[in-house]
Design a protein around this ligand. Structure first.
Ligand code: NAD
Length: 314
């Protein structure tokens, strides 16, 4: 597998999500150089100045610069947060046409520099657009990662942590499938504070209802946040910083991302949310969870939803 060199990151698209990611990255001191590209030159320059003024308090120095596509030539990672955000009441899938054209243009400009690293895509609908970046780039699929259900999973772990009164890091449960309305919780392999979610739900109807409500709140969280503040940004920014750290430090941690399926879950030729091992090479491997029959049906439905859109483009 190809190994990216250095730890330079180029961020393309510094809106609410991109800036939240940049802020998390600088705070964590994961990379030496963060170059940022955006079509809004003034806002970009303001954000770069502002981020640099916090660097003195960060655990290590990150050089934050106004970037250009030439920066991609020696970058280890290109992160794409460009595009339109979801508008109130709009589903992520409604965004697809607008953002696919942006992905094509960005990917072609990145590849023209001789870029030899990894892509991380957050723009929505993320599963569809990550597939697009993979196709337009011509790179091996392990080098193109989508943020997938990293945010959905983080929300789910947080809310289950509240229920069990433990930190979300003591909850091990994944949301898989589309980053969107058809994503599903995998109760059957979920654990919180050492308790099997499946066993507890089978034994206790009240608990089963509560974790179902938690899933519904997880699924609908983006709509509520967008209604209240116009966009979601900090949660996804921190999830992206987590994936970046896993890559740069070669950590081999399991994170829910959007990855190309090649037979896992009985499916192929689709990018979709699943746990995967993330290391310096990108997606080292997809982790295929054992699904119960109902979970597999829900997952298949999620695949079909994405597939119907994807085939309009590829
Ligand atoms: P935003 O409108 O605040 O920012 C988008 C930025 O992209 C703007 O600064 C804009 O100038 C820039 N841009 C647009 N076209 C560009 C191009 N061709 N080249 C460079 N820059 C370009 O939007 P946001 O709230 O930051 O959201 C960005 C994307 O992230 C959206 O698609 C949104 O739906 C998605 N998102 C994903 C997740 C997730 O979990 N994956 C979560 C939240 C938002």
């Amino acid at each position: 597998m190809q190994t990216a060199v250095g730890n330079k990151v180029v961020l393309i698209g510094a809106g609410d999500v991109g800036v939240a990611y940049a802020y998390a990255l600088v705070n964590q001191g994961t990379v030496d150089h963060l170059a940022i590209i955006d079509i809004d030159a003034d806002k970009l320059e303001g954000n770069v100045m502002d981020l640099n003024h916090g660097v003195v308090w960060a655990p290590s120095r990150t050089r934050v610069t106004v970037g250009s596509y030439e920066d991609c030539a020696d970058a280890a990672l290109v992160v794409i947060c460009a595009g339109s955000a979801q508008r109130p009441g709009e589903t992520r899938l409604d965004l697809v046409g607008r953002n696919m054209a942006i992905m094509k243009s960005i990917t072609e400009q990145v590849m023209a520099t001789g870029f030899d690293g990894l892509f991380l895509v957050a723009s929505n609908p993320v599963d569809i657009l990550t597939y697009g970046v993979w196709k337009y780039s011509g790179l091996a699929s392990h080098r193109v990662i989508g943020t997938g259900t990293v945010l959905d999973t983080a929300r789910y772990r947080y809310m289950l942590g509240e229920l069990f009164q433990v930190a979300p890091t003591s909850v091990h449960a994944y949301i898989i499938g589309e980053h969107g309305d058809t994503g599903l919780p995998v109760i059957s392999s979920g654990m919180a504070a050492g308790v099997s979610l499946r066993s507890r739900a089978e034994a206790d109807e009240t608990f089963a209802t509560r974790i179902n409500e938690i899933f519904e709140r997880t699924r609908d969280a983006a709509y509520h946040i967008i209604d209240k503040k116009g966009s979601t940004s900090y949660g996804i920014g921190m999830g992206m910083a987590r994936i970046t750290r896993a890559i740069m430090k070669n950590q081999e941690v399991v994170v829910a991302v959007s990855a190309l399926l090649q037979g896992e879950y009985g499916r192929e030729d689709i990018y979709i949310g699943t746990p995967a091992v993330i290391n310096r090479t990108g997606i080292a491997r997809v982790v295929e969870l054992d699904l119960q029959e109902k979970e597999q049906e829900q997952f298949d439905n999620s695949v079909q939803t994405l597939d119907a859109i994807l085939r309009e483009f590829f």
